[in-house]
Design a protein around this ligand. Structure first.
Ligand code: HPA
Length: 248
């Protein structure tokens, strides 16, 4: 099988990888069940690339119901050199406005009740993984290079909330006090599972909205969220193309 240079999990608003010259596309069975969607594999910019939409092909699956273990296991089965996760997020930081693209360097997990470890399938002794730096520093360096002139921020703390509802203004205040710049719903357990499998994993975040309560008491509009994500998604695709062009 051709080397997979990059596997990508797409989030809200990123359900396919434009330009991917498809070689195969099939759901993958794992010890944890099926992937949420067929895993697409093919060529992009002359590189082996695979793509999986996290929430299913038409966004059928809520953030707390995603089978993260099946998705990450299936991606890992391709032995990819790198693994990029795309996450739609709200912003708590005025320097990260809607439509901007941010490369987080840290995260805080506020999720609960999700299957978040491969313990059982793999020996417990291998599961006490270090998470000091939750993302692969080598991959982040490459994305930073590829994202020059596109990324609005080169670091940031991503808080991962349970969803699927958005947060209250008080919850966002608490996250701000905790040091979060961004808030999403899908960054964990994905990053932890990727670390358990020793994958070179990083997240690229698309800012969909200002987090709850930061635009006065104005309610967050879903139409606005989707419109902002689609503009940010075009920029993420440019970063991915450049990342592939510069991969050695
Ligand atoms: N909160 C949590 N997740 C999100 C948000 C938000 O405001 N926007 C997009 N994903």
């Amino acid at each position: 099988m051709k080397t997979v240079d990059l596997v990508i999990i797409g989030g809200t608003g990123f359900y396919q990888l434009d330009g991917l010259d498809l070689e195969r596309q099939e759901p993958v069975e794992t010890p944890f069940g099926m992937t949420q969607a067929p895993l697409a594999a093919g060529t992009l910019r002359g590189r082996g690339v695979a793509f999986l939409p996290r929430h299913g092909p038409g966004h059928e699956i809520a953030p707390h119901q995603v089978n993260y273990r099946a998705n990450v296991w299936a991606c890992s089965s391709l032995s990819p050199r790198h693994f990029v996760s795309i996450n739609a997020v709200g912003s708590l930081n005025w320097d990260m406005p809607p439509r901007s693209v941010v490369l987080p360097d840290q995260l805080i997990d506020y999720t609960w009740g999700r299957e978040h470890s491969f313990v059982g399938a793999l020996p417990l002794s291998e599961m006490y993984v270090d998470m000091t730096e939750p993302y692969c520093s080598e991959l982040r360096r490459k994305i930073l290079q590829a994202g020059q002139g596109i990324l609005s921020a080169k670091s940031g703390v991503l808080g991962v909330a349970q969803g699927p509802r958005l947060e209250t203004a008080a919850e966002i205040n608490r996250l701000a006090h905790d040091g979060c710049d961004l808030v999403g719903m899908t960054g964990m357990p994905e990053a932890g599972l990727a670390r358990e499998l020793e994958l070179s994993y990083a997240s690229i975040c698309i800012v969909a909205n200002r987090a709850a309560g930061l635009d006065g008491q104005q309610a967050i509009s879903m139409d606005q969220i989707f419109s902002n994500i689609s503009q940010g998604a075009a920029r993420v695709l440019s970063i991915i193309e450049r990342l592939l062009d510069h991969m050695d």
